[in-house]
Design a protein around this ligand. Structure first.
Ligand code: CTP
Ligand code: MG
Length: 395
């Protein structure tokens, strides 16, 4: 993976004495913070696009952040627009690079995990952007009139780094160059060339420093993180949190049994609004409960018809996004179901890796038990599951 960090803007809206990338947040500049995040991820090549005349300063920051990885580093001079700056960065890619990330230096506090998540989600034919749900109610306006509401659930706010397969990205940049079109981000340019772009969860810390108030926000975030924790303060933001979730569904659904994210051909199906996957649903409640973010009914219930019939991995992937947007990382999940069937042990590893992948690689342990013929599970009327989950607020 190569990452192009665009830092060639002047920072007009910030109004600092230096170009924005060289403005200090604390004792470190915007660019240096961005690069610290980049090197905490696992880059193969790092290209910084600097304002003309500031190449030397950019190189100093880059080498300091790189430590003993200077051989990965390159500084090039940017252009008049962000798009031209990215194009300049593309010109410096090594021959063997296949995945390219483009990142705004101005998103100085982007968590390294966001960079890794974008890298991991790029495919040979689709780009990936990190994005946040839109919180405010959005209106379309014309002059002073409010013309219409806009359905917020169809909108997300795009962040960086944005990741792309290299050859299509270069083709898209060549097409933009020949048409003279200017796009507001790389994903728009890439999509205009006919390629697909997907989105994954972004994070509040990846906000773009644009105005003096944003710089203040970044400073506060750093001071809060650096503040020594008083030993008697028990509400330290890094204390992990646990949650519990249970779910029960009766047999009697149509089609195939879905359990623990897997289809079980030949087994009687569970009934439910979605696929009746009690294991996945118990995990969703445990995770939402741990993060204090409500429950499955609120986020996935009948008010959300898009989840009717959805499988467990879809529920878990969306739950991870909800947690990530609220700045929670998932520690581990342990879940047990009670039921006479299916016989689970042969597919345990497959189920665990399916659910773990949906949760971004978090550890998932699944066990199964029967109840010695007792109760509704023992009578074979349904399956019950209980999950506990541990989550951490991002420090
Ligand atoms: N950028 C760039 N080359 C340009 C313009 C922008 O490399 N010609 C980079 C900026 O350095 C920044 C990112 O693109 O990291 C996002 O741009 P923005 O936040 O708009 O930064 P500036 O253009 O510097 O700020 P302003 O628009 O307020 O002047
Ligand atoms: Mg700008």
């Amino acid at each position: 993976m190569a990452i192009i960090v665009v830092a060639a803007g002047s920072g007009t809206r910030l109004g600092g004495a230096a170009p924005k990338a060289f403005v200090g947040i604390d004792e470190r500049s915007v660019l240096r913070h961005a690069l610290d995040g980049v090197f905490a991820a696992a880059p193969a090549q790092v290209i910084v696009v600097a304002p003309a005349g500031r190449e030397g300063d950019a190189e100093t920051e880059l080498f300091d952040a790189a430590g003993d990885r200077r051989d990965l580093c390159r500084v090039v001079v940017g252009g008049e627009t962000r798009q031209q700056s990215v194009a300049a960065g593309l010109g410096a890619l090594w021959g063997d690079i296949t995945t390219v990330l483009v990142h705004d230096a101005a998103r100085a506090l982007t968590p390294p995990s966001q960079i890794d998540a974008v890298t991991g989600a790029v495919t040979a034919d689709a780009g990936v952007i990190p994005a946040l749900s839109v919180i405010d109610t959005i209106k379309r306006v014309h002059e002073s009139e409010v013309v219409a509401g806009v359905d917020r659930s169809e909108l997300v706010a795009a962040q960086t780094p944005q990741g792309f397969p290299r050859a299509p990205l270069e083709a898209a940049y060549a097409a933009a160059l020949s048409s003279g079109a200017e796009y507001t981000d790389d994903a728009a340019l890439f999509a205009a060339a006919g390629y697909d772009v997907r989105h994954i969860a972004g994070s509040a810390r990846a906000f773009k420093i644009t105005t003096p108030a944003d710089l203040e926000r970044a400073r506060l975030m750093l001071t809060d993180a650096a503040a020594p924790q008083h030993p008697l303060v028990t509400s330290s933001p890094v204390i992990p949190r646990v949650g519990i979730g249970t779910d029960v569904h009766a047999f009697g659904g149509d089609g195939t049994l879905w359990l623990a994210g897997l289809a079980w051909p030949g087994e009687p199906a569970l009934s439910g609004h979605s696929d009746g996957d009690v294991v996945a649903h118990a995990i969703v409640d445990a995770l939402l409960g741990a993060a204090g973010l409500g429950d499955i009914g609120e986020h996935f219930g009948t008010a959300h018809p898009e989840y009717a019939g959805a499988h467990g991995d879809v529920f878990l992937a969306r739950t991870r996004e909800i947690l990530s947007e609220a700045e929670f990382a998932i520690g581990n999940v342990s879940v047990q179901f009670q039921g006479n069937r299916p016989r689970f042990s042969a597919r345990r590893a497959e189920a665990e890796s399916t659910l773990s992948a949906a949760l971004g690689g978090a550890s998932v342990n699944i066990s199964a038990t029967t109840t010695d013929g007792l109760g509704f599970t023992g009578r074979g009327e349904g399956i019950a599951a209980t999950a506990i989950a541990l989550v951490h607020p991002h420090p």
